[in-house]
Write a protein that binds this ligand. Structure first.
Ligand code: GLV
Ligand code: MN
Ligand code: MN
Length: 433
Protein backbone atom coordinates (compact mmCIF):
# COMPACT_ATOMS: atom_id res chain seq x y z
CA UNK A 1 0.00 0.00 0.00
CA UNK A 2 1.29 3.47 -0.92
CA UNK A 3 2.53 5.67 1.92
CA UNK A 4 1.01 8.85 0.54
CA UNK A 5 -2.57 9.71 -0.23
CA UNK A 6 -3.55 11.32 -3.55
CA UNK A 7 -6.05 14.15 -3.08
CA UNK A 8 -8.25 13.16 -6.08
CA UNK A 9 -11.77 14.59 -6.13
CA UNK A 10 -13.12 12.87 -3.04
CA UNK A 11 -15.14 15.35 -1.00
CA UNK A 12 -17.65 15.51 1.83
CA UNK A 13 -21.35 16.18 1.33
CA UNK A 14 -21.76 19.77 2.56
CA UNK A 15 -25.57 19.64 2.56
CA UNK A 16 -25.61 16.47 4.68
CA UNK A 17 -23.15 18.07 7.12
CA UNK A 18 -25.41 21.12 7.38
CA UNK A 19 -28.49 18.95 7.97
CA UNK A 20 -26.73 17.03 10.75
CA UNK A 21 -25.58 20.26 12.40
CA UNK A 22 -29.13 21.63 12.20
CA UNK A 23 -30.64 18.46 13.62
CA UNK A 24 -28.14 18.49 16.50
CA UNK A 25 -28.82 22.20 17.09
CA UNK A 26 -32.48 21.28 17.66
CA UNK A 27 -31.43 19.58 20.91
CA UNK A 28 -31.35 22.27 23.58
CA UNK A 29 -32.24 24.98 21.03
CA UNK A 30 -32.59 28.44 22.63
CA UNK A 31 -34.88 31.30 21.60
CA UNK A 32 -31.93 33.37 20.35
CA UNK A 33 -30.78 30.76 17.82
CA UNK A 34 -28.15 29.05 19.99
CA UNK A 35 -28.11 25.92 22.12
CA UNK A 36 -27.95 25.10 25.79
CA UNK A 37 -26.59 21.58 26.29
CA UNK A 38 -24.73 21.75 29.58
CA UNK A 39 -22.48 18.76 30.25
CA UNK A 40 -24.39 15.71 31.53
CA UNK A 41 -27.78 17.44 31.34
CA UNK A 42 -30.78 15.75 29.72
CA UNK A 43 -29.99 17.72 26.55
CA UNK A 44 -26.44 16.35 26.56
CA UNK A 45 -27.91 12.84 26.89
CA UNK A 46 -30.22 13.38 23.91
CA UNK A 47 -27.30 14.71 21.83
CA UNK A 48 -25.23 11.66 22.74
CA UNK A 49 -28.10 9.28 21.92
CA UNK A 50 -28.45 10.87 18.49
CA UNK A 51 -24.72 10.61 17.86
CA UNK A 52 -24.64 6.95 18.92
CA UNK A 53 -27.58 6.21 16.54
CA UNK A 54 -25.60 7.82 13.72
CA UNK A 55 -22.43 5.89 14.60
CA UNK A 56 -24.38 2.62 14.70
CA UNK A 57 -25.93 3.34 11.29
CA UNK A 58 -22.34 3.43 10.00
CA UNK A 59 -21.65 0.10 11.74
CA UNK A 60 -18.79 1.59 13.71
CA UNK A 61 -17.58 -0.21 16.83
CA UNK A 62 -18.95 2.07 19.57
CA UNK A 63 -17.26 2.27 22.98
CA UNK A 64 -18.11 4.48 25.96
CA UNK A 65 -15.44 4.90 28.61
CA UNK A 66 -15.63 5.59 32.34
CA UNK A 67 -15.72 9.37 31.74
CA UNK A 68 -18.49 9.05 29.17
CA UNK A 69 -16.21 9.72 26.20
CA UNK A 70 -17.80 8.10 23.14
CA UNK A 71 -15.60 6.47 20.49
CA UNK A 72 -16.68 5.05 17.12
CA UNK A 73 -14.06 2.92 15.38
CA UNK A 74 -13.87 2.02 11.70
CA UNK A 75 -11.54 -0.89 10.94
CA UNK A 76 -8.45 -0.44 8.80
CA UNK A 77 -6.85 -2.92 6.38
CA UNK A 78 -3.93 -3.20 8.81
CA UNK A 79 -6.16 -3.15 11.82
CA UNK A 80 -3.46 -3.65 14.43
CA UNK A 81 -1.90 -0.27 13.54
CA UNK A 82 -2.66 2.69 15.82
CA UNK A 83 -5.75 4.58 14.57
CA UNK A 84 -6.15 8.13 13.32
CA UNK A 85 -8.64 9.88 15.60
CA UNK A 86 -10.73 13.04 15.32
CA UNK A 87 -13.62 14.66 17.16
CA UNK A 88 -14.56 17.34 19.66
CA UNK A 89 -17.49 17.81 22.07
CA UNK A 90 -21.29 18.09 22.08
CA UNK A 91 -21.74 19.95 25.39
CA UNK A 92 -22.23 23.72 25.19
CA UNK A 93 -21.99 26.90 27.21
CA UNK A 94 -25.18 28.29 28.82
CA UNK A 95 -27.06 29.95 25.93
CA UNK A 96 -24.05 29.06 23.78
CA UNK A 97 -23.54 28.58 20.06
CA UNK A 98 -24.50 25.70 17.78
CA UNK A 99 -21.07 25.24 16.16
CA UNK A 100 -18.65 25.15 19.11
CA UNK A 101 -17.69 21.48 19.48
CA UNK A 102 -20.57 20.14 17.38
CA UNK A 103 -18.77 21.08 14.15
CA UNK A 104 -15.78 18.92 15.13
CA UNK A 105 -17.88 15.88 16.03
CA UNK A 106 -20.27 16.13 13.09
CA UNK A 107 -17.48 17.16 10.69
CA UNK A 108 -15.76 13.87 11.53
CA UNK A 109 -19.10 12.04 11.26
CA UNK A 110 -19.38 13.46 7.74
CA UNK A 111 -15.84 12.20 7.01
CA UNK A 112 -16.89 8.72 8.20
CA UNK A 113 -20.02 8.86 6.03
CA UNK A 114 -17.94 9.92 3.03
CA UNK A 115 -15.55 7.00 3.56
CA UNK A 116 -18.56 4.66 3.72
CA UNK A 117 -20.27 6.14 0.62
CA UNK A 118 -17.13 5.73 -1.45
CA UNK A 119 -16.16 2.41 0.14
CA UNK A 120 -12.75 3.84 0.97
CA UNK A 121 -10.51 1.36 2.71
CA UNK A 122 -7.89 2.92 4.94
CA UNK A 123 -4.69 1.26 6.01
CA UNK A 124 -5.10 2.40 9.62
CA UNK A 125 -8.32 2.28 11.62
CA UNK A 126 -10.12 5.61 11.97
CA UNK A 127 -11.86 6.71 15.18
CA UNK A 128 -14.41 9.45 15.87
CA UNK A 129 -14.63 10.80 19.44
CA UNK A 130 -17.05 12.93 21.48
CA UNK A 131 -15.29 14.14 24.67
CA UNK A 132 -17.31 14.71 27.86
CA UNK A 133 -17.58 18.17 29.48
CA UNK A 134 -15.20 20.16 27.32
CA UNK A 135 -16.76 23.46 28.33
CA UNK A 136 -16.22 23.34 32.07
CA UNK A 137 -19.01 25.81 32.74
CA UNK A 138 -21.26 23.38 34.65
CA UNK A 139 -18.45 21.26 36.13
CA UNK A 140 -15.07 22.94 36.24
CA UNK A 141 -12.50 22.48 34.91
CA UNK A 142 -12.86 22.37 31.15
CA UNK A 143 -11.56 19.46 29.03
CA UNK A 144 -11.77 17.26 32.10
CA UNK A 145 -12.51 13.99 30.33
CA UNK A 146 -9.74 14.29 27.74
CA UNK A 147 -7.54 15.25 30.72
CA UNK A 148 -8.37 11.97 32.47
CA UNK A 149 -7.95 10.06 29.19
CA UNK A 150 -4.50 11.59 28.72
CA UNK A 151 -3.51 10.69 32.29
CA UNK A 152 -3.15 14.34 33.34
CA UNK A 153 -6.19 14.34 35.68
CA UNK A 154 -7.39 11.77 38.18
CA UNK A 155 -10.65 9.89 37.49
CA UNK A 156 -11.98 10.05 41.06
CA UNK A 157 -11.12 13.75 41.32
CA UNK A 158 -13.07 14.30 38.10
CA UNK A 159 -16.08 12.32 39.42
CA UNK A 160 -16.07 14.51 42.55
CA UNK A 161 -16.35 17.82 40.69
CA UNK A 162 -19.70 19.35 41.55
CA UNK A 163 -22.01 21.86 39.89
CA UNK A 164 -23.58 24.91 41.51
CA UNK A 165 -26.37 22.74 42.99
CA UNK A 166 -23.89 20.30 44.52
CA UNK A 167 -24.54 17.53 41.95
CA UNK A 168 -21.42 15.43 41.35
CA UNK A 169 -20.07 14.79 37.87
CA UNK A 170 -19.79 11.01 38.48
CA UNK A 171 -23.42 10.77 39.58
CA UNK A 172 -24.70 12.83 36.68
CA UNK A 173 -22.73 10.64 34.28
CA UNK A 174 -24.45 7.60 35.82
CA UNK A 175 -27.87 9.31 35.76
CA UNK A 176 -27.76 9.97 32.03
CA UNK A 177 -26.50 6.42 31.37
CA UNK A 178 -23.10 7.33 29.99
CA UNK A 179 -20.71 6.02 32.63
CA UNK A 180 -19.24 3.40 30.31
CA UNK A 181 -17.42 0.15 31.00
CA UNK A 182 -14.22 0.87 29.08
CA UNK A 183 -11.38 2.31 31.15
CA UNK A 184 -10.77 6.02 30.58
CA UNK A 185 -7.18 5.61 29.57
CA UNK A 186 -5.26 6.65 26.50
CA UNK A 187 -4.47 4.12 23.82
CA UNK A 188 -1.94 4.55 21.02
CA UNK A 189 -3.16 7.06 18.44
CA UNK A 190 -1.15 7.71 15.29
CA UNK A 191 -2.53 11.24 14.76
CA UNK A 192 -5.34 13.30 16.33
CA UNK A 193 -7.08 16.12 14.44
CA UNK A 194 -9.68 18.40 16.03
CA UNK A 195 -11.86 20.44 13.70
CA UNK A 196 -13.36 23.56 15.31
CA UNK A 197 -14.59 27.08 14.71
CA UNK A 198 -11.94 29.70 15.41
CA UNK A 199 -14.01 31.54 18.05
CA UNK A 200 -12.06 34.74 17.38
CA UNK A 201 -11.78 37.40 14.65
CA UNK A 202 -8.46 36.62 12.91
CA UNK A 203 -9.45 34.40 9.99
CA UNK A 204 -12.32 36.69 8.99
CA UNK A 205 -10.16 39.81 9.28
CA UNK A 206 -7.43 38.26 7.14
CA UNK A 207 -9.88 36.88 4.57
CA UNK A 208 -8.78 33.27 5.21
CA UNK A 209 -10.91 30.13 5.23
CA UNK A 210 -8.68 27.70 7.12
CA UNK A 211 -6.59 28.25 10.24
CA UNK A 212 -3.94 25.86 11.51
CA UNK A 213 -3.06 26.65 15.10
CA UNK A 214 0.53 25.91 16.06
CA UNK A 215 -0.82 25.24 19.53
CA UNK A 216 -3.12 26.25 22.35
CA UNK A 217 -2.39 28.89 24.98
CA UNK A 218 -1.69 28.18 28.64
CA UNK A 219 -4.85 28.45 30.77
CA UNK A 220 -5.08 29.09 34.52
CA UNK A 221 -8.33 29.16 36.49
CA UNK A 222 -8.80 30.44 40.05
CA UNK A 223 -11.78 30.64 42.42
CA UNK A 224 -11.90 33.57 44.82
CA UNK A 225 -14.11 33.40 47.97
CA UNK A 226 -14.67 36.63 49.90
CA UNK A 227 -16.29 37.04 53.31
CA UNK A 228 -17.94 40.35 54.27
CA UNK A 229 -20.40 41.29 56.99
CA UNK A 230 -24.06 41.05 56.00
CA UNK A 231 -26.36 43.65 57.52
CA UNK A 232 -29.49 45.76 56.97
CA UNK A 233 -28.77 48.36 54.27
CA UNK A 234 -30.83 51.17 55.84
CA UNK A 235 -29.72 51.57 59.45
CA UNK A 236 -26.09 50.50 58.84
CA UNK A 237 -23.86 53.57 58.28
CA UNK A 238 -21.55 53.59 55.27
CA UNK A 239 -18.47 53.86 57.51
CA UNK A 240 -17.23 50.58 58.88
CA UNK A 241 -19.07 48.35 56.41
CA UNK A 242 -17.44 45.16 55.10
CA UNK A 243 -19.26 44.81 51.81
CA UNK A 244 -18.02 41.66 50.05
CA UNK A 245 -19.46 42.72 46.67
CA UNK A 246 -17.70 46.10 46.74
CA UNK A 247 -14.44 44.32 47.57
CA UNK A 248 -15.10 41.96 44.63
CA UNK A 249 -15.83 44.93 42.34
CA UNK A 250 -12.42 46.44 43.02
CA UNK A 251 -10.75 43.07 42.56
CA UNK A 252 -12.50 42.47 39.24
CA UNK A 253 -11.16 45.78 37.91
CA UNK A 254 -7.67 44.66 38.98
CA UNK A 255 -8.16 41.51 36.89
CA UNK A 256 -9.16 43.65 33.90
CA UNK A 257 -6.11 45.90 34.39
CA UNK A 258 -3.67 42.97 34.59
CA UNK A 259 -3.03 42.49 30.82
CA UNK A 260 -2.21 46.22 30.47
CA UNK A 261 0.30 45.94 33.31
CA UNK A 262 1.90 42.72 32.11
CA UNK A 263 1.94 43.31 28.33
CA UNK A 264 2.34 40.53 25.76
CA UNK A 265 -0.71 38.57 24.66
CA UNK A 266 -2.12 38.07 28.17
CA UNK A 267 -5.91 38.09 28.61
CA UNK A 268 -7.66 37.95 31.98
CA UNK A 269 -11.38 37.62 32.70
CA UNK A 270 -13.88 37.31 35.53
CA UNK A 271 -16.82 35.47 33.97
CA UNK A 272 -18.77 34.06 36.89
CA UNK A 273 -19.88 35.59 40.16
CA UNK A 274 -22.18 34.58 43.02
CA UNK A 275 -23.29 37.12 45.58
CA UNK A 276 -24.85 36.06 48.89
CA UNK A 277 -27.52 36.46 50.01
CA UNK A 278 -28.22 38.50 46.84
CA UNK A 279 -30.97 40.68 48.22
CA UNK A 280 -31.31 44.38 47.38
CA UNK A 281 -31.61 45.31 51.04
CA UNK A 282 -28.83 43.23 52.58
CA UNK A 283 -25.18 44.29 52.51
CA UNK A 284 -23.47 41.42 50.63
CA UNK A 285 -21.94 38.96 53.07
CA UNK A 286 -20.21 36.49 50.74
CA UNK A 287 -19.00 36.59 47.16
CA UNK A 288 -17.45 33.95 44.95
CA UNK A 289 -15.94 34.81 41.58
CA UNK A 290 -13.73 33.09 39.03
CA UNK A 291 -10.56 34.28 37.31
CA UNK A 292 -9.35 33.01 33.93
CA UNK A 293 -5.86 34.01 32.74
CA UNK A 294 -4.36 32.96 29.39
CA UNK A 295 -1.27 33.55 27.29
CA UNK A 296 0.93 31.71 24.82
CA UNK A 297 3.76 32.27 27.35
CA UNK A 298 3.40 30.00 30.39
CA UNK A 299 5.84 32.16 32.31
CA UNK A 300 3.88 35.36 31.66
CA UNK A 301 0.76 33.72 33.13
CA UNK A 302 2.69 32.63 36.23
CA UNK A 303 4.17 36.11 36.75
CA UNK A 304 0.80 37.77 36.13
CA UNK A 305 -0.84 35.60 38.76
CA UNK A 306 1.89 36.54 41.27
CA UNK A 307 1.16 40.26 40.68
CA UNK A 308 -2.63 39.78 40.84
CA UNK A 309 -2.57 37.63 43.96
CA UNK A 310 -0.65 40.35 45.84
CA UNK A 311 -3.21 42.95 44.73
CA UNK A 312 -6.17 40.80 45.76
CA UNK A 313 -4.71 40.08 49.20
CA UNK A 314 -3.97 43.79 49.76
CA UNK A 315 -7.51 44.77 48.72
CA UNK A 316 -9.05 42.14 51.00
CA UNK A 317 -6.98 43.47 53.90
CA UNK A 318 -7.92 47.08 53.22
CA UNK A 319 -11.65 46.28 53.07
CA UNK A 320 -11.60 43.92 56.04
CA UNK A 321 -13.00 41.10 53.93
CA UNK A 322 -11.08 37.85 54.47
CA UNK A 323 -10.35 36.07 51.19
CA UNK A 324 -9.61 32.48 50.20
CA UNK A 325 -8.16 31.71 46.79
CA UNK A 326 -8.03 28.31 45.10
CA UNK A 327 -6.08 27.44 41.97
CA UNK A 328 -8.77 25.38 40.26
CA UNK A 329 -6.98 24.41 37.08
CA UNK A 330 -3.77 24.89 35.21
CA UNK A 331 -2.87 23.59 31.81
CA UNK A 332 0.37 24.61 30.14
CA UNK A 333 0.67 25.74 26.55
CA UNK A 334 0.31 22.89 24.11
CA UNK A 335 2.47 23.07 20.96
CA UNK A 336 1.06 20.88 18.24
CA UNK A 337 2.97 18.39 16.12
CA UNK A 338 4.73 20.50 13.43
CA UNK A 339 4.30 17.81 10.77
CA UNK A 340 0.54 17.65 11.31
CA UNK A 341 0.21 21.45 11.43
CA UNK A 342 2.06 21.58 8.12
CA UNK A 343 -0.25 18.91 6.75
CA UNK A 344 -3.30 21.03 7.58
CA UNK A 345 -1.76 24.06 5.83
CA UNK A 346 -0.60 21.98 2.83
CA UNK A 347 -4.01 20.32 2.46
CA UNK A 348 -5.75 23.70 2.60
CA UNK A 349 -3.36 24.95 -0.13
CA UNK A 350 -4.01 21.89 -2.28
CA UNK A 351 -7.77 22.47 -1.95
CA UNK A 352 -7.31 26.19 -2.80
CA UNK A 353 -8.47 27.47 0.58
CA UNK A 354 -6.61 30.60 1.76
CA UNK A 355 -5.05 29.70 5.11
CA UNK A 356 -3.19 31.00 8.10
CA UNK A 357 -0.92 29.62 10.81
CA UNK A 358 -2.07 30.99 14.16
CA UNK A 359 -2.45 30.33 17.89
CA UNK A 360 -5.61 29.10 19.60
CA UNK A 361 -6.70 31.37 22.44
CA UNK A 362 -9.53 28.98 23.28
CA UNK A 363 -8.99 25.73 25.14
CA UNK A 364 -9.72 22.45 23.33
CA UNK A 365 -9.49 18.75 24.12
CA UNK A 366 -6.57 18.67 21.66
CA UNK A 367 -4.55 20.39 24.39
CA UNK A 368 -4.58 17.24 26.57
CA UNK A 369 -4.66 14.76 23.68
CA UNK A 370 -1.48 16.38 22.36
CA UNK A 371 0.28 15.35 25.59
CA UNK A 372 0.04 11.70 24.54
CA UNK A 373 -0.15 11.65 20.73
CA UNK A 374 0.69 13.94 17.80
CA UNK A 375 -2.15 16.41 17.36
CA UNK A 376 -3.26 19.38 15.27
CA UNK A 377 -6.40 21.42 14.71
CA UNK A 378 -8.31 22.81 11.75
CA UNK A 379 -10.11 26.15 12.27
CA UNK A 380 -12.77 27.84 10.16
CA UNK A 381 -13.88 31.47 10.58
CA UNK A 382 -16.40 32.64 13.15
CA UNK A 383 -18.61 35.39 11.72
CA UNK A 384 -17.83 38.64 13.54
CA UNK A 385 -15.43 36.67 15.77
CA UNK A 386 -18.40 35.81 18.04
CA UNK A 387 -18.52 32.55 20.02
CA UNK A 388 -19.89 31.13 23.29
CA UNK A 389 -23.01 33.16 22.45
CA UNK A 390 -26.26 32.36 20.68
CA UNK A 391 -25.34 34.39 17.58
CA UNK A 392 -22.26 32.24 16.93
CA UNK A 393 -22.21 31.54 13.17
CA UNK A 394 -19.94 30.05 10.53
CA UNK A 395 -20.74 30.08 6.81
CA UNK A 396 -21.93 26.70 5.52
CA UNK A 397 -19.37 26.72 2.72
CA UNK A 398 -16.62 27.21 5.29
CA UNK A 399 -17.97 24.28 7.35
CA UNK A 400 -17.72 22.16 4.21
CA UNK A 401 -14.22 23.48 3.39
CA UNK A 402 -12.93 22.58 6.87
CA UNK A 403 -14.50 19.13 6.69
CA UNK A 404 -12.75 18.51 3.37
CA UNK A 405 -9.41 19.53 4.89
CA UNK A 406 -10.15 17.13 7.75
CA UNK A 407 -11.07 14.34 5.33
CA UNK A 408 -7.80 14.59 3.43
CA UNK A 409 -5.64 15.05 6.55
CA UNK A 410 -7.25 11.94 8.07
CA UNK A 411 -6.74 9.98 4.84
CA UNK A 412 -3.09 11.06 4.59
CA UNK A 413 -2.38 10.02 8.17
CA UNK A 414 -4.38 6.80 7.80
CA UNK A 415 -2.30 5.84 4.77
CA UNK A 416 0.99 6.06 6.63
CA UNK A 417 2.67 2.83 7.59
CA UNK A 418 4.78 2.16 10.61
CA UNK A 419 7.91 3.75 9.08
CA UNK A 420 6.33 7.17 8.63
CA UNK A 421 4.81 7.28 12.10
CA UNK A 422 6.10 10.25 14.12
CA UNK A 423 5.70 10.63 17.91
CA UNK A 424 2.99 7.97 18.01
CA UNK A 425 5.36 5.35 16.66
CA UNK A 426 6.21 3.71 19.92
CA UNK A 427 6.43 0.23 21.30
CA UNK A 428 2.69 0.28 21.95
CA UNK A 429 1.86 0.63 18.25
CA UNK A 430 0.45 -2.88 18.17
CA UNK A 431 -1.62 -2.62 21.36
CA UNK A 432 -5.21 -2.33 20.24
CA UNK A 433 -7.48 -0.68 22.73
C1 GLV B 1 -13.24 26.56 26.20
O1 GLV B 1 -14.32 26.65 25.62
C2 GLV B 1 -12.49 27.72 26.62
O2 GLV B 1 -12.73 28.20 27.72
O3 GLV B 1 -11.68 28.22 25.82
MN1 MN C 1 -15.19 23.92 21.84
MN1 MN D 1 -16.46 26.37 24.11
Amino acid sequence: MADTHQLGDLGVNGMRLRESLEEMAGIGATSGGGVQRLALSDEDRRARDLLVDWLEELELEVTVDAMGNIFGRRAGCEDDLAPVMSGSHLDSQPRGGRFDGALGVLGMLEVMRTLRDHQVETRRPVVIVDWTNEEGSRFSPAMVASGVWAGALDLQWAYDRSDIDGKRLGEELERIGYRGDAPCKNFPVHAYYEYHIEQGPHLEREGKVIGAPQGIVCLQWYDVYLKGEANQVGPTPMEGRHDALCAAAEMILEVEALPRKMGGDLVATVGEIQNQPNSRNIIPGEVHFTVDIRSWEDDLVRRAWGVLERELLALAERRGCPVEIEETWSVGRSSFDPKLVQRVLGTADALDHPNLKMVSGAGHDASYVNQVCPSAMIFVPSIGGRSHVEVEQTRWQDCQAGANVLLHCVLESATEGRASASRSSNSRERDRR
